[in-house]
Design a protein around this ligand. Structure first.
Ligand code: NAP
Length: 484
């Protein structure tokens, strides 16, 4: 086998890795998907906390080419999403080329051979013509370094590493963080635990989710009239797409979300002090707008307390907040999010001329169209920098990327070029345009969020509509790339 016909390495078997594999299978291009976990699913394999589910409608949080008529509810739970992904891997015949339980330790471009050497945790090196990083942005749990943490004698875990062996019945449970994960599991915990203390640093704008079980009749209609299913999906797509202007500064829609959230707080929380504590002081959309039908109702329960004084230190029996109050605690659950500032970390990645991605991405990660980086030939990223959404379904973005990368790799296979990387000026102007557009959004406002890098630059979010992203990636343009 000549060097340019080596297989393609896909790193990660979540939604993006499986999708990339399906795209390559369609093109008859050999690949190996390398996954560190013992199962496929990515974030849906790792996040098994009670109540884990998607806050994007199932019709949109699924592949366009593999619509499922019988989702059990409007917003599917994690187990159903994971089962769906496994089913897709089988149906599109990519399961047999997924290597589970194997971590990628490093990836290095060998310029002389125009190939990638991918070092695996089993000691082997996988040689690939091209590599696709499909590791997601939300897979490395972040736990703050609180003083005295190691002295705590109870059980402590992160929500993405849920301890199902830890029975919370009758326990005093602390939840640190009040973001997208906390709002899903805390209502479940509050029903079991004796007491729940929520340590909230900042509140979120939370609007009704309006989730419900789908009726059998609806499922039958969707199954027997596929056109209806497609129309429903298109309708839901445009509803989300048209909400993008809400994320521009001073938007009317943003103010409507704020009013909806305040109305729920007013109707569920009697204590004026708690109402204040739960009302954000930054514009809606700055952080992810969260969806829930039971968050404020849960915080109004007698066994739930919201503490806004910051955690000072841990001691063997619990936590002392900076106002000097001690809280006795049996279990701490960190809902403190993920390390998101270094996209693709911690895999050491070395491109042409031994350039390390970590260095190329100083001061912050950037990539042409979010998928390719100058000096890193034949390397592509799914869900890369500046491709996350505030308003739509990430699956749509992933499908644009898989198609585009598939076209690029298809071109490599046809031997018109053996190595390609995006041109620097093209990448620079793409990023300048992206940041200029982002400066008009609400994401840069006065809130802390994982969308921003340390210097406040928005490194995770796409700057515009999903449609514009589709348009930009609809066709791989060789002229944007240096070729060797
Ligand atoms: P998150 O939304 O980033 O929330 C982290 C929480 O931890 C925030 O409330 C944050 O407070 C708090 N926190 C962080 N460091 C802290 C510290 N030192 N002391 C006190 N509090 C601290 O994280 P997440 O809930 O895991 O969600 C992350 C992302 O995952 C979401 O935005 C979403 O994209 C994805 N997700 C999606 C779904 C879904 O349904 N699709 C579900 C779960 C998660 P501040 O707000 O003050 O920073």
């Amino acid at each position: 086998m000549s060097e340019q016909f080596l297989p393609i390495a896909i790193i990660g078997a979540g939604f993006s890795g499986v999708l990339m594999a399906i795209e390559l299978r369609k093109r008859n291009i050999p690949f190996l998907v390398i996954e560190k976990s013992e199962g496929i699913g990515g974030t849906w394999f790792e996040n098994t906390y009670p109540g884990a589910g998607c806050d994007v409608l199932s019709t949109l949080y699924s592949y366009s080419f593999a619509q499922k008529p019988d989702w059990s509810r409007r917003y599917a739970a994690h187990s159903e999403i994971r089962a769906y992904l496994e089913e897709c891997a089988e149906r599109y015949d990519v399961r047999r080329d997924i290597l589970l339980g194997t971590e990628v330790m490093a990836a290095r471009y060998i310029s002389s051979a125009k190939r990638w050497d991918v070092a695996l945790s089993n000691g082997q090196t996988f040689k690939a013509q091209a590599v696709v990083f499909a590791v997601g942005q939300l897979n490395r749990p972040s736990i703050p370094e609180f003083r005295g943490l190691e002295e705590f004698s109870g059980v402590a875990f992160h929500s993405a590493r849920w301890r199902h062996d830890c029975d919370l019945t009758g326990k005093r449970v602390a939840v640190v963080g009040s973001g997208a994960s906390a709002i899903q599991f805390l209502p479940h915990v509050a029903r079991e635990a004796k007491q729940v203390i929520l340590f909230q640093r900042s509140p979120n704008w939370i609007i009704p989710k309006n989730d419900r079980i789908l009726r059998e009749g609806e499922k039958r209609l969707r199954k027997h009239i596929p056109l209806l299913m497609r129309l429903q999906r298109a309708w839901e797509y445009w509803q989300l797409e048209l909400s993008f202007p809400a994320f521009l500064k001073d938007s009317t829609k943003g103010r409507k979300w704020e009013e909806a959230c305040k109305a729920t707080i007013a109707s569920t929380i009697d204590d004026p002090q708690l109402r204040d504590a739960l009302t954000p002081d930054y514009p809606a959309g700055c952080k992810r707008v969260l969806l829930s039908d039971d968050w404020f109702q849960t915080l109004a329960r007698d066994n739930v307390e919201v503490v806004t004084s910051p955690i000072g230190e841990f001691c063997p029996s619990g936590v002392t907040t900076v106002d000097g109050v001690s809280h006795s605690i049996d279990v701490v659950i960190y809902a403190t999010g993920f390390e998101t500032r270094q996209v693709l970390a911690p895999i050491p990645i070395e491109g042409a001329s031994k350039r390390r991605l970590r260095d190329a991405w100083k001061p912050h990660p950037h990539a042409y169209l979010g998928v390719a980086v100058p000096d890193f030939p034949n390397a592509f990223i799914m869900y890369g920098p500046n491709t996350n959404l505030g308003h739509g379904s990430i699956i749509f973005m992933l499908e644009c990327q898989a198609r585009y990368i598939g076209q690029a790799i298809g071109r490599l296979r046809r031997k018109k070029s053996v190595a390609i990387a995006p041109k620097r000026p093209v990448t620079r102007s793409f990023n300048a345009d992206t940041q200029a557009r982002l400066s008009r959004t609400v994401w840069g406002a006065n809130c802390s969020s994982w969308y921003k890098g340390v210097d406040g630059v928005i490194v995770n979010n796409w700057s515009s509509t999903m449609l514009r992203y589709w348009w930009m990636l609809r066709r791989f343009q060789a002229r944007d790339y240096d070729q060797w």
